[in-house]
Design a protein around this ligand. Sequence first.
Ligand code: SIN
Length: 338
Amino acid sequence: MLSVIITTLNFQGNSKLDMPSPDISTQIAGIPLDNCLYNASGAWCTSEQELTDLAQSAAGAYIAKSTTIAYRAGNPKPRYVETDWGTINSMGLANGGFDFYLSFAREKAQQLGKPFFMSVAGLTLENNLDMLRRLAQVDEVAGVELNLSCPNLPGKPQTAYDFQRTEEVLHKVFKFYKRPIGVKLPPYFDIIHFERMAEILNSYPLQFVTCINSIGNGLVIDIDKEAVVIKPKGGFGGIGGDFVKPTSLANVRKFYELLKPEIQVIGCGGVKSGQDAFEHILCGAQAVQIGSCLMKEGASCFDRISSELRALMLEKGYQSLDDFRGKLKVNTDEEKGY
Ligand code: SIN
């Protein structure tokens, strides 16, 4: 009984309850999103049904599976497995093909009324340029994420680990591409690599970078079977989910520090709660993508995570994302303990 009264008194005395619900809207390349959360390309966004689910969810935008010019069946199954701490995938760019996503944009996305992004992952540079030449004329696609980081194509390197090649790609793209565009990067682990990549990106009129794609070429083992859990590439695949959050936060933070302010950073990796999204924004993320959690929980995750993010902001007295975006504190205390 006593605790009930105390709780009631606390609630009555809490002025935060009178505050309006925090605003979690944002913009990417000037495109307004009423919610900073949306899906990571690859997660629940390959078929028309999946894309429609996203459009009808609480997500602020949605992005299609990385497309190649032609339809691809992708790598052999099993190619996606969930574990307690995350996921491993090697889909091999299984996708509906460029014309499929373009038709979706023209025929459906307009009616569904939410910013629709496409992700482009051509098998060659010429393929990428061909798709972008066509997208340069398409108003129904809000923006493009150029995927320079797929780790799952046997025999093909992740472009953005090759700095010279990345420079060549961007040089050719920006000769003609003027619409909103960003790149999806792989995780980097060395400060010199962050600096080198940031220097390249800063020389182009990119609007955003998405950090990070999965951590490439991990291995998950089923101890009972003493075997790998996915079939492609001898079991090697991209790691996502809880396990990658420290790496994704580090990548968001470092690129937020190193990139010119015109290039926004979109956080992706290990987000399954409002707190995770908050941490990405605190590191500097302009918007936050959700992958593994969306696959596990379905499109209703956007509603839950948005509510958790708003509740956390309310508790901390923040009204908008700008109140805390990028304001991560570093530890300057005297060293104590171990
Ligand atoms: C895949 O299709 O294998 C994943 C794509 C990616 O990680 O970029």
